[in-house]
Design a protein around this ligand. Structure first.
Ligand code: SF4
Length: 701
């Protein structure tokens, strides 16, 4: 008898959730995906996938998919309209705003969830075609700090590692990263390490990763920068340095040494500040200084901070001081969040010009104009505002029209109640999304129905710089279109379609990206086409034209040459700053936010559609509180509590657990309420929001 589970065909596609970039084998019947499994041959996941990956098809079948454009009428109701009506409405409203207030009055907010080809098209359309200046991505909320840190330290935004480094380290140091649940397949790569490594976790909470580590340093929230400087000082004091590497490949060592030895970074002072044992700090510094292969990893606990760039650079400094870079099992390694945050960093064309060029440099504008065949004066001469600056522009009444693509600002942006007021300032807001039910889509004047992961073609770039293919394995429902096709429609109706004649398919745009990257550190001109990416199992950048043979696992800086003209990396430092909002008598708890479970993703717009995933985490908002604090406040397990900050008040269940330290509470970011509490403060170098520490009060409901 024929087996009903037997697929007609199987194809591979990189997962559309996190930046690990696992490959999934998608099984098709009648050209429609009906099942999937993990790809055993892909060098990233080696046959593994996490719960989100296994459930990737569920969000496509959700009943609340946006299947037709929707326009809000005078009574406030969203009504179905045709694509032509939608385009005419959007273009008329946006052109009218531009005519009255100029291109600066229009802006867009995008995402790290769409392929590089779509990101590049969006940025080119908005800037070169529609005359906008300001647009940014939700990658500002997760990766901007790593970008700023790498750019200043290395001369280009370039995570140096390959996943094999997880398996080849003797000492792995995780700073502000709960890898076990945030990047479960990367954690599996750590578990494959056969070198009996030391795994050190720096985190205020005893997270899943901290429990599995060989050493956990539960430092006080945001004492990380001083602690990292203390490690560096101990390296200097004990001469646990790679002096040859420092001499040959870095600059700023004597200034850093003076800063460390003359500042308050001695063992006793930092132990007092961080709440850690002096012996434990010394021991970790010794491991970093004397380990053969030391790798240092960080993610949101560092990035989402008011001084995140300097913390990231303090981590980078440790790798540079000990020569732990460019060799197997080493590196100062930022772990990326979204499936294509790395694509956004290189090609989104928001603050950087395509391929990491600078809008402010005439030679870069001229190069890009030449390749694209457009007039140079189409390209703005200034960088875009960052996300928070765009929203401030809305607040000041300077931005009147906003186009939001595949992101849920109303849930995810910091200090949410402020965003709700900003919405009222806008003349016209367009939301382009898979679902008409997201909090942001529900506030839109116009909703454009978009295809999701699995319903379109393109490429993603993962955390280790690997470009992988994502494919169409299912038809989008109703009239929903790939974002790529929506951008083509907007270009046509705006009247700038001829600028994008060459941009006629995702693969044609990929070819453009290979051309603009030429000569840049991210040069991918050696990638001929999509077929080459598929046959190689993904390709890490760079791959310049003429590269004949290349390893499938490549790291940067093997030759000790960094991207500054001198070839040297910079040792950058700055004294720690005060918390933007410290605890006090009125608000005595530090609120820590983060990922709650490997089954949840961001604002749950997709993971919330899976029956399987919903069983793996609590349905309603909860906080974690230490049992000692709970006892003092008379809070019982699973009882309701009220959490308030100077910006808002929410109710949630109390999970009593010693994972969260006394004096702090933890709230998963996946529940909408949480960002009513968070504080609008930002890292000055990266403009990344400080989601990780603000002052709150907790009491029984
Ligand atoms: Fe997808 Fe990330 Fe899970 Fe891999 S670890 S299956 S990329 S969500």
């Amino acid at each position: 008898l024929p087996n009903p589970q037997q697929p007609d065909a199987t194809t591979e596609s990189v997962c559309g959730y996190c930046a690990t970039g696992c490959s999934l084998k998608v099984h098709l019947k009648d050209s429609e995906a009906f099942n999937l499994s993990a790809d055993a041959n892909y060098p990233v996941n080696l046959g593994m996938a996490c719960p989100k990956g296994w459930e990737s098809l569920a969000p496509l079948k959700a009943t609340d998919r946006a299947t037709t454009p929707l326009l809000r009428d005078a009574s406030g109701k969203l009504n179905p309209i045709t694509w032509e009506e939608a385009m005419l409405e959007m273009i008329t409203r946006f052109k009218s705003i531009k005519q009255r207030h100029g291109g600066r009055a229009l802006s867009w907010l995008s995402t790290g969830q769409i392929p590089s080809e779509e990101m590049a098209f969006l940025g080119a359309l908005c800037k070169f075609g529609m005359g906008m200046i300001h647009g940014d991505g939700n990658t500002r909320q997760c990766m901007a700090t790593a970008v700023a840190a790498y750019k200043e330290s290395f001369g280009f935004d370039a995570p140096p590692y390959t996943y094999q480094d997880f398996e080849e380290s003797d000492v792995l140091v995780f700073v502000g990263s709960n890898l076990c649940i945030t990047h479960p397949i990367m954690w599996q790569r750590v578990m494959r390490n056969r070198r009996n490594p030391e795994i050190i976790v720096l985190d205020p909470r005893r997270t899943e990763t901290a429990m599995a580590a060989t050493k956990h340093l539960p430092l006080r929230p945001k004492s990380d920068l001083a602690l990292l400087y203390c490690f560096a000082r101990l390296l200097v004091e004990n001469d646990w340095l790679d002096n040859d590497f420092i001499q040959a490949h870095t600059e700023g060592f004597s200034e850093l040494k003076e800063f460390l030895l003359n500042g308050p970074y001695d063992l006793a002072t930092v132990a007092e500040l961080s709440g850690l044992d002096q012996g434990a700090i010394f021991e970790v510094a010794r491991m970093i200084g004397s380990g053969k292969r030391v790798s240092l990893w960080w993610t949101m606990g560092v990035n989402q901070s008011y001084e995140g760039t300097r913390v990231a650079q303090a981590i980078i400094n440790l790798a540079l001081l000990t020569g732990n870079i460019g060799k197997p099992g080493t590196g100062a390694n930022s772990i990326t969040g979204q499936c294509n945050a790395m694509g956004s960093r290189l090609f989104s064309n928001s603050t950087n010009l395509l391929g990491g060029h600078k809008f402010t440099l005439a030679k870069d504008r001229s190069k890009i104009a030449g390749i694209l065949g457009i007039e140079e004066d189409c390209i703005p001469q200034e960088d875009s505002w960052a996300y928070d600056e765009i929203l401030e522009g809305v607040e000041r009444g300077e931005i009147k029209g906003l186009w939001i693509i595949a992101t849920n600002t109303a849930h995810s942006w910091i200090n949410q109640n402020r965003w709700n007021k900003l919405r009222e300032q806008l003349d016209f807001m367009v939301v382009q999304d898979m679902y008409h039910t997201s909090e942001t889509a529900q506030m839109a004047d116009l909703v454009l129905p978009a295809a999701g992961w699995g319903e379109k073609e393109g490429t993603f770039i993962n955390s280790e710089r690997r470009i992988g293919r994502t494919r169409k394995v299912s038809r989008a429902p109703g009239q929903a279109l790939a974002d790529f096709h929506i951008f083509q429609l907007v270009a046509h109706y705006w009247g700038c379609g001829e600028l994008f004649n060459r941009w006629n398919s995702p693969e044609a745009v990929f070819k453009i990206l290979t051309e603009v990257s030429k000569g840049q550190p991210c040069d991918i001109s050696g990638i001929k086409d999509y077929a080459m990416i598929e046959s190689e199992g993904g390709i890490q950048w760079p791959l310049p034209e003429g590269t004949e043979a290349f390893d499938t696992q490549r790291r940067l800086f093997a030759d000790g040459q960094f991207f500054y003209p001198s070839g040297r990396a910079k040792l950058i430092f700055e004294a720690p700053r005060k918390l933007p909002e410290a605890t006090d008598v009125e608000y005595p708890f530090t609120l820590l936010t983060g990922r709650g479970s490997s089954s949840q993703w961001h604002t749950q717009t997709r993971t919330g559609k899976s029956d399987v995933l919903r069983k793996l985490y609590p349905a309603k908002s909860y906080i974690e509180i230490n049992p000692k604090d709970a006892e003092r406040l008379g809070i019982e397990s699973e009882s309701k509590v009220v959490i308030s900050s100077r910006r808002g008040e929410i109710t949630a269940s109390a999970h009593l657990t010693p994972i969260t330290p006394v004096g702090s509470i933890f709230a998963p970011m996946h529940y909408r309420e949480v960002n009513q509490l968070t504080h609008s403060s930002f890292d000055p170098q990266s403009r990344q929001p400080n989601y990780k520490a603000c002052a709150v009060q907790v009491c029984k409901a």
